[in-house]
Design a protein around this ligand. Structure first.
Ligand code: ARG
Length: 418
């Protein structure tokens, strides 16, 4: 390594970050140390490492962060029921704060005062990286080449050719994708037309529901305090469990999501996701909560879930508000243990059955058959008191308001133009 300053670059091995190695050297005259983080998709890390060195990195580091990602990012998000706008399990969004943390840690170890990432100036990921990095290390400087260089994709390829950077552009997909163990995100290309149905070549982890097996497949997922611990009776690590479920559910076409999403930076964008394990696990987890939580707890959890999803999406992982919500979530999950039988069939993961030692379901109370223990007489008194406020109000309003405002409206009020 030369005597120049150093920068730690988050390196995926793709075109953008490969060009970034050279561009940073030219523009900023810094030694580039690349950091490649595996979040459970088990890419060929050695190949990526060698490519970084070939392009001219002074040092190339790789780290397998799969277990940390699952235990400290994915499971907390699953327990929280974090689905952005009700559908997106946040794979990309959850990965960013962990990569930000590893960038900062590596910079400290290597004596670098600058870190870099390959995000453009239009997306959410730059927000997540920058906010995460600056929260953890306010003194750290950030270079985002793709936000600064203003090159088109073609210009980037020309730049790569001029500098002898060999990136396999023949395999280049027409989409911008990002993937980790929790899911695959797909953007751009034909997807930018919201009228166009997603083309088949956008998908890599899931089959079309129409081509899925004609027989359903069942999987039994055991949860302990909101965390999946076993699949079909076999205990396994979180990483293995998610990988296995990605394959099984993906085979049945489960986990395709087509979403017009509100980005942090204010635009709406068309996003496709493939998240077979995430969708199956969220569905199972929420079914288990449904049977183990009381009604107000369930209602409140919905509010918590949506705030939790927003803060992850918005790049506010390292915030006090997150810690506060996580504390509530953790406490709420003490009863979320048990097993859920999921049916995977033609693109759907549905609950086929469940059981839990904390189940609040009582057949003796619910049954319409013999053995009913529900106190029917008590229902009359309950109804009298439950309906009391609304009966009083109706009496009051009848005299206080003109007849037509009391009468139920049969059609919505007309909005007259000015
Ligand atoms: N819209 C998603 C998010 O903000 C996915 C971003 C994926 N990034 C990509 N390069 N395709 O979390």
């Amino acid at each position: 390594m030369s005597g120049k300053g150093k920068v730690v670059l988050a390196y995926s091995g793709g075109l953008d970050t490969s060009v970034a190695i050279k561009w940073i050297q030219e523009r900023y005259a810094l030694d580039v140390i690349t950091l490649t983080v595996d979040l459970g998709t088990h890419e060929d890390l050695e190949k990526i490492r060698r490519r970084a060195l070939d392009v001219g990195a002074a040092k190339a580091l790789v780290v397998d962060a799969s277990d940390v990602f699952v235990d400290y990012f994915i499971w907390p998000a699953l327990r929280a029921g974090a689905l952005y706008e009700g559908v997106y399990p946040l794979a990309t969004a959850l990965g960013r704060p962990l990569i930000a943390k590893l960038l900062v840690d590596t910079a400290r170890q290597e004596g670098a005062h600058v870190v870099a990432h390959g995000c453009t100036g239009k997306g959410n990921d730059q927000v997540r990286f920058d906010v995460g990095i600056k929260t953890l290390a306010p003194d750290m400087q950030i270079i985002a080449p793709a936000r600064e260089w203003g090159m088109t994709r073609q210009e980037e390829m020309d730049y790569a050719a001029r500098h002898g950077i060999k990136v396999d552009v023949t395999k280049k997909s027409p989409y911008s994708t990002d993937e980790n163990i929790w899911g695959r995100s797909i953007e751009c290309g034909a997807l930018e037309d919201p009228w166009a149905e997603p083309p088949a070549d956008a998908f890599a982890w899931t089959v079309d529901a129409a081509e899925a097996p004609d027989e359903p497949e069942y999987v039994e997922i055991e949860f302990q305090k909101g965390v999946p611990v076993a699949l079909d009776g076999g205990q396994m690590s979180g990483v293995v469990l998610i990988q296995e479920l990605n394959r099984t559910a993906g085979r049945h076409g489960v986990g395709r999501i087509d979403h017009i999403e509100n980005r942090v930076v204010g635009i709406k964008s068309r996003e496709l996701y493939e998240a077979p394990a995430a969708v199956t696990l969220h569905t199972a987890h929420s079914a288990l909560e449904g049977v183990t939580m009381t009604r107000p707890a369930s209602r409140f959890k919905e509010v918590v879930s949506s705030h939790y999803a927003d803060l992850v999406y918005d790049g506010l992982w390292f915030s006090k508000f997150h810690q506060d919500l996580a504390a509530y979530v953790l406490s709420s999950q003490q009863v979320v243990s048990g097993s859920v039988k999921m049916k995977l069939f033609k693109g759907q993961a549905t609950k086929a059955g469940l059981r839990s030692e904390f189940s609040l379901y009582r057949k003796a109370l619910a049954t319409y058959d013999k053995g009913d223990q529900f106190d029917h007489g008590a229902a009359l008194g309950f109804i009298a008191l439950h309906g009391l406020p609304v009966r009083v109000q109706a009496q009051v309003l009848k005299t206080a308001l003109p007849e037509e405002t009391v009468r139920p409206q049969l059609s919505p009020p007309e909005i007259k133009p000015e």
